[in-house]
Design a protein around this ligand. Sequence first.
Ligand code: SAM
Length: 437
Amino acid sequence: MAEISPDGKTTKYNSYEEYVNIQDSRYHSYDCPNCLKINEFNLEVLLKHNKDIKTILDVGCRDSAYFDSAKKKGIVCHGIDISPRSVEYAKSKGRKVIQGDINNLLDFFGSTKFNAIISSHSFEHFLDHNQALKNIRTVLEPNGIFLIRLPNETIISDTKRKAHTRAFIKDELIALLNNNRFKILEEKIEFKSEYFFVCSPIINASINDFPLYTVTKEWEELYTEVLKNRYVKTKYNRKNRLQDKIDYVNKWAPEIKKNNGNVLDIGPGPGEFLEVARFFGNLVKGIDSKIENNQMGNEYVTLSKLMTKRQNIPVQYVGFENMLKDGLPYPDEHFSFINSQGSIEQVFSKHLSGVELVQHKNCFNLTWTFDAATEKSFIKLFSEIKRILCQGGIFLLYANGAKNVQEYITYITKKINETRLNIIKTDGKTLHKIQKV
Ligand SMILES: C[S@@+](CC[C@H](N)C(=O)[O-])C[C@H]1O[C@@H](n2cnc3c(N)ncnc32)[C@H](O)[C@@H]1O
């Protein structure tokens, strides 16, 4: 017999047949009025988001009674359900339903796209939730909507519920949705015992997707002051900074997703790049210098830390300068995308001369020195990057300019090639897109 785990979070089945039988015996039902009401409400919610919906796929549709009322509204509904009895009944009513497992959805609908997809109290029954979302994402129109609702119990305490494969806590469910590149358009919180989300696929992000004023005016003024004294004259402008990163991630999102979707930012500052990458469903991490060691000054890291904390971005303040000594603190992790914008000259400050870096207002007053120590540092950096990059992963290196920027380009190109990484794009000045092949 199927077993519920001691923590009540998952159910284990002895065989796939047992799983299908449990679904079939517990959840075949015939035009139950309450279920019909729930599903007609779902339909109403979808139509409020888009009144032009013409096609719907219901995954785990059971008897799919509401298909009849949808049809009257000119909507063509298709359904898939694992339960042979429910499907047989639905078919007898002339509804377009096939018997099958959501995990094999693409065998049936691989070349179809739907305006909307509904999973109403079925997601918690699926065996592979990640695969289910991937399949749903594939058959949903890029501008389509996905309605998902399920019980919000954190444990499957009731033994009657062996048909539930897993219980979710809200954050897990949201992370799963985000990781499959769904963003939440609406959450209904009035259903006390349910999670109820209307989602849409994330294709491109826009500035409207981000909260603009999540830091106080004082923070912005202080940050501007720190930047002014230490570095640049511009005012801290969250909107501009986010827009810059949005363009950047919009451009490279498909490549990031080709691998495991893990993103690392070396020197994330207030963390806007990671914030945007996370919005695209990537798992993000940052590494920055210790507060007392930062070339931009202590207040800079203190303020950055406040911001990353506020946005819940995981950044380790361990000192990325240590990677030249001890290597990067990721013994077993791999990343699809590693970003380093304007931080490399801080790691390599020992190899730059001119104005004191903490005081410099313009990095173009600095000069790179290329000696044996510089070489050792660069080789160490690139081999560490290579070690933690996924095969085919991307490293974006943007160093601010220096007086001898051309010399720098020639030099690091040589070092990158020596480490057997590939530069696949460069702007010939300071931007390098480097790939591990
Ligand atoms: C609680 S019922 C909900 C039915 C319907 N959506 C409703 O709101 O009335 C769960 C449904 O999911 C179906 N189901 C369970 N696992 C499935 C799977 N792997 N693939 C497709 N359907 C599945 C069950 O057979 C059942 O009909």
